[in-house]
Ligand binder design. Sequence first.
Ligand code: SF4
Ligand code: SF4
Length: 347
Amino acid sequence: MQLSLVRRQSTLAHAQTQHEILQGDLVANLPHFDEALQQHHLPLLHAAGIDVLQINVGKLCNQTCTHCHVDAGPDRRESMSREIAEAIISALTRLEIPTLDITGGAPEMNPNFRYLVEQAHALERRIIDRCNLTILVANGYRDLPQFLADHGVEVVASLPCYLEDNCDRQRGDGVFRRSVEALRLLNELGYGQADSGLRLTLVYNPVGPSLPPSQAELEVAYRRELKSRYDIVFNQLHTITNLPISRFLDDLLQTGKYETYMRKLVDSFNPQTVPHVMCRTTLSVDWLGNLYDCDFNQMLELPVTTKRRRIEDLDCDTIAQRTIATGRHCFGCTAGNGSSCQGAILS
Ligand code: SF4
Ligand code: SF4
């Protein structure tokens, strides 16, 4: 196994290599995801509609977190063009998809981010910004919190710990301090405050190769610690399992923990989560306008199974009944209480 094959700088070859690793020799003794479904007398995964259009506007980010499944960073050049952004707004206008979920990278660094928000707001869609917080206090972006508030954008913000050392270990030196500064700004604008209508969700993901703890219990601890230490409030906490993709996969391979982690995910398979995995009601679009079942499949270059795979051709009737493209990474969504962009699947 050449570890250099799974290092930074994603290419198609890189993505295929990741997918091969997930299907390959190192875990040959583990079942495939579809076999696990069969063992539990569950049908293959199929979509059940499209409630959320999740768009990944590119890999440019002001951070380089160790667990990043996008392999994002300041040196990345992949960025959604105005033409694709317009195709997304056209699809939203044509179709009855209630939510636009914008992710990246740091999506706010895309030059079309504000256009997308303004247009989706005019269409009266729910808008989610998956925000790393530090971008809100970076030079050139300090008016962003007010912009987000003015357009009623929900902020879903990564904060892997309420302790500075743990957070900075995963996300980089100084990230925690700047995240706290950003959270205070958001709170001042009404985010996280009861009845303001401006929702602030925090996202926890484990620092190492373990499953997240109980979402409900961790939310209580976050609420208590952030209030007492920093006078910060928020609406809810989501816990998310790290999927073995990109930098996190690289880290698992380098530290010799890949097989153990995959075994943990497979052994924790919970069939009750399967009907609720997010790909059943979410459609993912990459910065070039290609369609995927989820952001993880996007990173693995596993396209939707339908013939039409472009945002310009999006046809809800066909795509809403598609078979989902699965792989061993799907055990990450179905382990324990399950994991999705909306947090734990089961309470
Ligand atoms: S995890 Fe988020 S904030 Fe960190 S590098 Fe990746 S996209 Fe950027
Ligand atoms: S990784 Fe999760 S969301 Fe993506 S296809 Fe697999 S089960 Fe669905």
